[in-house]
Design a binder for this molecule. Structure first.
Ligand code: URA
Length: 231
């Protein structure tokens, strides 16, 4: 303490800043955070499908509410169910490495899943479960409004884009798809990369497309806008 109340206050704030990470959110991110928190409160009590019976936690989503890049996976596994956060297990560690290789921190992006409750024995969510849960995710995407969406695996792409469930990832990757006016890049799920390391080069090529969309190196225009502007 210096004796001067002003100096004391300044040195207190300086010490605090050194010991605590100071996260300064822009006003727009604060609004988005508030909107997301409202949906999270609703989702916390959700009983819209049978997955409620086995869950420990509703795994809502994590990350920057104003993220430019958003990842969507399939559904929580055991680790995610226990911790209430998506992609915290082995697949999550690989996703973290992919995010870092893209030049981002996990806190910069937003991560969510098609379903917010763990399907028993990590099975794929059923169409009924996905349909029950999707309104939450669609609203999350609407609020966050990322510049690029990445669908991790077939389940994410199929349910976001309303495709035939028998569609394979290999038929969706290597091109830019569209979700509600935003570019969507589909790639292999990190768990599939752990099982099949030979897919990693393809997944990295997909992430480079996402990065080029973010940097503006690839200019992308909505097909729907084309239709609207030409009509
Ligand atoms: N797999 C997913 O699809 N989501 C997670 O959150 C974890 C593993």
């Amino acid at each position: 303490m210096t004796g001067s109340p002003r100096q004391d206050a300044i040195s207190f704030l300086q010490q605090l800043a050194e010991s605590e990470p100071v996260i300064i959110l822009e006003p727009v991110a604060l609004d988005k955070r508030k909107l997301l928190a409202e949906i999270e409160r609703t989702a916390a009590d959700c009983r819209r499908c049978n997955l409620v019976d086995g869950r420990l936690n509703v795994v809502f989503g994590v990350g920057n509410p104003a993220a430019r890049l958003m990842f969507v996976g399939e559904g929580p596994g055991a680790d995610e169910d226990r911790q209430g956060e998506p992609f915290v297990g082995k697949a999550g560690q690989l996703l973290n490495r992919i995010i870092a290789a893209m030049g981002y921190k996990r806190e910069d992006v937003y991560i969510a899943n098609i379903v917010k409750c763990r399907p028993p024995s990590n099975r794929e969510p059923s169409t009924v479960e996905a349909a029950a849960c999707l309104p939450y995710l669609r609203r999350q995407i609407e609020i966050i409004a990322p510049q690029v969406l990445v669908a991790l695996g077939k389940t994410a792409a199929v349910y976001l884009l309303n495709l035939n469930p028998s569609t394979a990832v290999k038929d969706l990757r290597n091109r830019i798809l569209e979700y509600n006016g935003m570019p969507l890049v589909a790639t292999y799920h990190p768990a599939a990369l752990l099982r099949n390391p030979e897919y990693k080069a393809g997944a990295w090529a997909d992430m480079q497309v996402a990065m080029k969309l973010l940097s503006g190196e690839i200019q992308w225009k909505s097909n729907k806008e084309d239709i609207l502007s030409s009509s």
